[in-house]
Design a protein around this ligand. Structure first.
Ligand SMILES: [Zn+2]
Length: 466
């Protein structure tokens, strides 16, 4: 190799350039990255809703020695516990020996809800030889993407006697799936001239659920009745039980490798399981850390972090109060010394849509986990804007542990923007910065990430909790 000139050496020393994780990796490291992705893919298939993610995370936590915790129970140093919030969100924590009033708590906060179609409370009707469910979409969806693809039904129904019935149809290869009709191109001229945002109105996202009439000439709504009787047979429910149910339609696709080289993963709901899973694996890997660590798997991020299971609820702060009580520390002091990584996805630069990105400050696929000092829209509206000192602190941790990472903001200025849970944690005087995996086709029924970025996020979180 030709020796570098003086100018080239100084350029290397003084200038900043993103690194591609795969380019920096040898064959055994690529194998490590690919092996980690297998566990993540299994988690994706098991945990398509926040309730399923909560359940899957609890199973992982119990295997790692974590025990269930309810507010009010006493805590002590060395405890590894999880707080199940109404089966919809989960907070895991391990209490380290380090003094809390000095070093605070290391927090990783991600979310486990994803955009989808929820059933209305009176969903079932029949028309023109078909039975349908009415839906109300949840989160930021491009409605046209949800027609004419296979869908699976997930959720719970709570019967009048209080019994809760878990529903999951469409995941097993032998299961039927569900579907939203779309217009044939032959009759779609008017639809095709509509803007994408209005071509598929929300009230047309009706789910095709049946077509076989009940065998009794005397009843009306025969197809609806046959659907009800099948549901009654399988789950023991009646139409009234839909009133107290949370049922949701998600894409029936499994997580799959993408590309000849299998470098990427396609799946429903990378946002934000792609940060939740590394947060869990990093927590379980941090066995002998002296820090007190918390991992939050929040719900309702996609609709503004509201409600009892969203990040704006008091629960995390209540739990921090309990942990502080166990260690005789003052919560306000502990919060002021704590650091949180708000672990959520960002938009990866997409050459097919380059005009909405500013290339120098965009997340590049496979260039590692992405820290965003700020997010927001227009004049940074809705961002907590982490301090330069915090970014410097996290950066030094990553440097010490050889983590390949990058920085970016979400798209070109004034092209749009987005928010995360960061502000709701930062509001409590906890230093918080956004970090997470760059995603292609974010919020689509099938999103794409790089295995390299998933693993880099795991490594970043391991370093943070160490
Ligand atoms: Zn998200």
């Amino acid at each position: 190799m030709k020796e570098k000139t003086e100018g080239q050496k100084i350029f290397d020393q003084l200038s900043y350039k993103k690194k591609n994780v795969y380019e920096e990796a040898d064959a055994s490291r690529i194998q490590e990255i690919y092996e980690y992705a297998e566990g993540y893919k299994a988690f994706l298939d098991e945990a398509k809703t926040e309730r399923e993610a909560t359940e899957a995370a609890i199973a992982m936590a119990e295997r790692a020695g974590y025990k269930s915790y309810r507010l009010g129970e006493s805590l002590q140093v060395g405890d590894k516990r999880y707080l199940n919030n109404r089966d919809r969100s989960l907070i895991l924590f391990s209490i380290g020996e380090e003094p809390l009033a000095e070093n605070g708590i290391r927090i990783l906060a991600s979310h486990i809800d994803s955009p989808r179609l929820d059933l209305k409370q009176i969903p079932l009707y029949e028309e023109a030889g078909m039975a349908f469910f009415k839906t109300h979409y949840y989160g930021g969806v491009k409605k046209y993407q949800w027609t004419a693809i296979p869908l699976a039904l997930h959720g719970v129904m709570v019967k009048a006697n209080g019994e809760s019935v878990k529903v999951s149809i469409g995941e097993d290869a032998s299961d039927p799936i569900f579907y939203i009709n779309d217009l044939l191109p032959h009759l779609g001229a008017k639809q095709g001239a509509e803007p994408l945002s209005s071509a598929i109105p929300g009230e047309t996202l009706n789910i095709l659920v049946g077509g076989l009439p009940y065998a009794d000439k005397e009843v009306s709504d025969k197809i609806k009745l046959s659907v009800l009787s099948l549901l009654n047979e399988k789950y023991g429910v009646t139409e009234e039980d839909f009133l107290s149910a949370e049922l949701t339609l998600v894409p029936a696709f499994k997580a799959r490798d993408i590309g000849f080289d299998r470098a990427l993963i396609g799946a429903y709901g990378h946002d934000d399981r792609v940060c939740s899973y590394p947060a869990l694996t990093a927590l379980f890997a941090a066995k002998d850390t002296k820090h007190t660590a918390i991992v939050v798997l929040a719900d309702k991020e996609e609709i503004g972090s509201v409600g009892v299971s969203g990040m704006r609820s008091d629960l995390l702060m209540d739990l921090i109060d309990e942990i502080c009580a166990a260690k005789c520390a003052k919560p306000s002091v502990v919060r002021s010394r704590s650091v949180c990584l708000s672990a959520d996805v960002t938009a990866a630069f997409d050459p097919n849509f380059s005009d909405v990105y500013e290339k120098r400050n965009s997340a590049m696929i496979s260039c590692g986990t992405c820290m965003s000092k700020y997010t927001g829209a227009r004049g940074k509206s809705g961002t907590s804007d982490a301090t330069a000192e915090l970014v410097g602190f996290v950066r030094s941790i990553f440097a010490d542990h050889g983590v390949i990472w990058q920085t970016a903001e979400l798209g070109r200025v004034d092209a749009g923007g987005g928010g995360t849970v960061a502000q709701y944690i930062a509001n409590h005087n906890i230093d918080t910065v956004d970090i997470g995996v760059p995603v292609i086709s974010m919020h689509a029924p099938y999103e794409v990430v790089s295995k390299a970025d998933v693993y880099s996020t795991h490594e970043a979180f391991v370093a943070f909790l160490k």
